[in-house]
Design a protein around this ligand. Structure first.
Ligand code: SF4
Length: 227
């Protein structure tokens, strides 16, 4: 397929999804935080909290941390790991998440004098390198962060992986290869939207068990490659 043909498919998929799915404010806590504050530190904390849990728990943990400590590099740095762990417990993996949040705060305090916006002055590769050096922050977390700041990347989570394979948009199962395949389907400026709509599709119609193909907005164009 030529590039314009594959982008045509991505456009068609998004068009169909938008007709039937509504993205609610609380569907993506990181996006909500990004739109409200544009604060890189708060956004990365929200993404860390969202790892391996549902958005409802991410939001609760985020709000609890914000209310009791304040989500800023200085406030987090001067708070004990124990306290942070207790406040974010509802989002699970509190040990590793608290460690990642503390380390991120430490780096921003030491390297940027506590000013997270300076992170965005760095180039993409530098941002990736810095965040990747923090245990608990991996490729997907970095991609979600960059996508929320307009970088043309499509972060892949467990829903997107499943949905993309079923739709035949990707054949590879490795993160990098699958992302390259999806980047050929979705235009750069539509990748953040594609990320959110495909996740919503995976949470609603294209669930791991018993996908609801009959009512799915992509029924007419999906080859339904279900393993
Ligand atoms: S038609 Fe079925 S397999 Fe295809 S995306 Fe929809 S729910 Fe998933």
């Amino acid at each position: 397929m030529t590039e314009s043909e594959t982008f045509w498919l991505g456009d068609k998929i998004l068009e169909n999804l938008k007709r039937k799915l509504v993205l609610e404010e609380d569907d993506f806590v990181a996006r909500k935080v990004a739109l409200k504050w544009r604060d890189p530190f708060k956004i990365i904390v929200a993404i860390i909290l969202s790892q391996n849990t549902i958005e409802k728990n991410t939001l609760k943990a985020y709000m609890k941390l914000e209310k009791n400590v304040g989500i800023s590099p200085n406030a987090i740095s001067s708070t004990s790991s124990e306290k942070i762990k207790n406040l974010i417990r509802i989002a699970g993996l509190q040990e590793s998440k608290a460690r990642a949040i503390k380390e991120l705060a430490r780096i921003i305090v030491e390297k940027f004098n506590g000013k997270p916006e300076k992170l965005l002055k760095m180039g993409e590769e530098e941002i990736r390198e810095l965040l990747n050096s923090i245990p608990g922050i991996g490729r997907k977390t970095i991609d979600v962060f960059l996508a929320n700041f307009g970088y043309p990347v499509l972060p892949i989570d467990v829903h997107i992986r499943r949905v993309s394979l079923r739709l035949g948009l990707a054949k590879s199962k490795s993160y990098e290869k699958m992302q390259r395949e999806l980047h050929k389907v979705f235009r750069p400026e539509k990748r953040l939207n594609a990320h959110m709509y495909l996740i919503k599709l995976g949470r609603t119609y294209c669930k791991a068990l018993k996908p609801n193909c009959k009512h799915c907005p992509l029924n007419s164009i999906c080859p339904k490659i279900i393993e």
